[in-house]
Design a protein around this ligand. Sequence first.
Ligand code: PRP
Ligand code: MN
Ligand code: MG
Length: 178
Amino acid sequence: MEKVVERILISEEEINQKVKELGEKLSHDYKDKDVLFICVLKGAIMFMSDLSKAMSIPIEMDFMAVSSYGASTKSSGIVKIIKDLDASIEDRHVVVIEDIIDTGLTLSYLIKILQNRKPASLKICTLLDKPARRTVDIKPDYSGFVIEDHFVVGYGLDYDEKYRNIPYIFIPKSDIIK
Ligand code: PRP
Ligand code: MN
Ligand code: MG
């Protein structure tokens, strides 16, 4: 990894600690409710997995995959549903689990779709929040780390589908980014 890592931004230990804190907070907030976690594939896979294990109450899980139509249309905020949820969320208490909110376009579109399905409540939990890049007004209800405008990968976040499996979050060397 020395060839690839410019700097580790958030270590495995820091992630573990934060995930534990978020798990405690969510377990407390949802202790009297049946909660459904929705993982936004693929980036949120590691966070979803670790966060759900940090919960002290049973939760349900579902998965959704979305993709933007392409770089030029991403600014329009149109995302395509690649894989929809398996079950209805009507009257459910839902928490959308994301790895990062960058421009906010993915989540703002997703939230609109999910809100139309009449959940009892709908909250956003993101590991990373990069407010400097925001183009739409969206704020997480639960957030792990607010980060500066760095390109980051690891712990679910990819560059060209790589590095999702790396257990920490790092800034890659500029020469690996084409
Ligand atoms: C990334 C990331 C978020 C989204 C954030 O997903 O995982 O879902 O972009 O960007 P935004 O706030 O500007 O919309 P990506 O579309 O790369 O798909 P992936 O999760 O499969 O990597
Ligand atoms: Mn994603
Ligand atoms: Mg990606």
